[in-house]
Design a protein around this ligand. Structure first.
Ligand code: BDR
Ligand code: CA
Length: 310
């Protein structure tokens, strides 16, 4: 078997971010080098605490968790309590994390880890792109030194906050513009593909039936996420958006992608945060865009990863 892919997960847990952490920690094809947190679904205090809570239940006492930006580069923070609740991770009974964050800033952690192993580390970003943009602005060589970046964010079709914009890009379009414009291999797993990865009740039941504290915790997260998706997005099943970005590193064959050129709209009155996508078959392009997913296989991988964490 090939050596596990080393990744840093930059996230804002968040229910689907929590599932992304579990997949990254539980699948042997990935080595989770660290978790960095950003303000997005909730304040960075809450997303960091939530990352620590997930790490506590998953038994990840050795995985560094480093807190990052508390607000977008230029704009006031917009959070999503309508989808993720007041804590950012509502559903399971409250718990006091025993895992605590490391000192330092996410942006420095990203730079240190990537620059220490050229061509090795993949960044998987599943929240607003503020930390990654800050890291790129401080160390522009980050882009050529990272192996690649995989982003959950954006859409070539319709958005979910506005008709044009997906949440992660909408919250910090200036950061997204920096990240999409940098010279690295970038894969966008947007709503076009993640909405195809909606979690059926049957999969949620399989996860709960694992019977471990983590399986029960993940089932409770999915139950809450299902209720808010039904109410706010009129979808029966909640998409596991962020787990798709990790799954693409675990096994790219789970997804169909197309080469593209993506730019981020930062100034449009009605289109701020739009990921304007031009498909460029056969051309030279640094961007790939997710278009399809083998959904059943994806959920098998996710269930197995959660079960493997015991
Ligand atoms: C994205 O927004 C957040 O609420 C989710 O965690 C995901 O990263 C989906 O638009
Ligand atoms: Ca997220």
């Amino acid at each position: 078997m090939a050596a596990p892919r080393r990744i840093i997960l930059d996230c804002d847990p968040g229910h689907d971010d929590a599932l992304a952490v579990m997949l990254a920690a539980g699948d042997p094809r990935v080595d989770l080098v660290g978790i960095t947190t950003v303000a997005g679904n909730q304040t960075v205090e809450k997303t960091t605490r939530n990352a620590c809570a997930v790490a506590t239940v998953a038994g990840l006492s050795l995985t560094p968790i480093v807190r990052g930006a508390d607000r977008p580069l230029l704009r006031p923070l917009r959070i999503a309590p309508d989808i993720h609740g007041a804590s950012g991770l509502d559903g399971p009974p409250p718990l006091t994390p025993t895992v605590v964050p490391r000192p330092g800033h996410a942006c420095d952690f990203l730079i240190e880890q990537v620059m220490a192993s050229p061509g090795d580390v993949t960044i998987v970003a599943t929240g607003p792109l503020t930390n990654v943009a800050l890291a790129l602005m401080r160390e522009p060589a980050l882009a050529e030194t990272a192996r690649e970046i995989v982003i959950m964010g954006g859409a070539y079709g319709r958005g979910n906050v506005t008709p044009a914009a997906e949440f992660n890009i909408y919250v910090d379009p200036e950061a997204a513009s920096v990240v999409f414009g940098a010279p690295w291999r970038l894969t966008m797993m947007g709503l076009d593909v993640t909405h195809q990865a909606a979690c059926p009740e049957e999969v949620q039941e399989r996860i709960t039936a694992i019977g471990s504290p983590l399986g029960i915790f993940a089932g409770q997260l999915l139950e809450f996420f299902r209720s808010t998706y039904r109410r706010e997005q009129r979808m029966d099943d909640p998409p596991v958006h962020d787990a798709c970005a990790v799954a693409y590193v675990v096994d790219p064959d789970l997804f169909g992608t197309r080469p593209a050129r993506v730019v981020v709209e930062t100034t449009g009155t009605h289109t701020s945060g739009m990921t304007v996508t031009e498909f460029v078959e056969g051309g030279d392009s640094r961007h790939d865009v997710g278009i399809s997913v083998r959904r059943d296989a994806l959920f098998d991988v996710l269930v197995e990863a959660i079960a493997a964490l015991g």
